[in-house]
Design a protein around this ligand. Structure first.
Ligand SMILES: Cc1cc2nc3c(=O)[nH]c(=O)nc-3n(C[C@H](O)[C@H](O)[C@H](O)COP(=O)(O)O)c2cc1C
Length: 171
């Protein structure tokens, strides 16, 4: 599939069948995250794969949407700001969220290519999710990605037109 077709095909999926995600597919998705670029190649993240029923249920308390609890797999993209590149020479801006987001996006696109559905979740309760995942204090669960076989059709994307997003040469 051409990249632009894949980018059009990937939409957030908020309904999943009970079909199991094979180990091969899961590994392919994780591998796409591993290959993502990071600032200075520091790779300041780890991916926690949650598949056990009771662990998924504990996570779902942190994001109590009924569809979330249906997802057979949740991948928590967990970041460590202290291990990320900072723009130290100028303003100390920490790029950890950018690194984590690129890894998550690679995974969603790899999943779409395999016919799997994903949805980014940022609106979770961090206290509940931290506890459910058992992450240490220095680690932040940045994004939860649901993953499973879609139980809904793809749809057209609503996006601003390019002429509202792009400026040439100067702001
Ligand atoms: C950083 C981020 C956080 C998001 N958090 C949530 C969320 O908490 N719940 C949800 O249902 N969708 C969430 N989404 C999905 C967006 O709503 C969705 O990507 C957007 O509406 C565009 O639709 P599309 O993914 O189908 O193209 C999030 C997406 C991103 C990138």
């Amino acid at each position: 599939m051409k990249f632009i077709e894949l980018a059009k095909k990937r939409v957030s999926i908020r309904s999943y069948t009970k079909r199991v995600v094979s180990k091969k597919m899961l590994t392919d998705v994780l591998e796409a995250g591993r290959l993502a670029p990071t600032a200075c190649n520091y790779q300041p993240f780890q991916f926690v794969v949650v598949q056990e029923k009771e662990n998924l249920a504990a996570l779902a308390e942190g994001y109590p949407a009924p569809w979330f609890a249906e997802a057979p797999v949740v991948i928590a993209i967990c970041t460590q700001a202290s291990k990320a590149w900072k723009r130290e020479r100028h303003d100390d801006k920490n790029y950890v969220d950018v690194d984590g987001a690129i890894a998550a996006d690679h995974m969603t696109l790899a999943a779409a290519e395999l016919g799997l559905g994903t949805c980014w979740i940022g609106a979770f309760d961090p206290k509940i999710v931290r506890k459910a995942l058992g992450v240490p204090r220095t680690v932040e669960p940045l994004i939860l990605l649901t993953l499973g076989h879609p139980n809904e059709e793809g749809r057209l994307k609503t996006r601003k037109p390019l002429n509202e997003l792009v400026r040439y040469e100067k702001w």
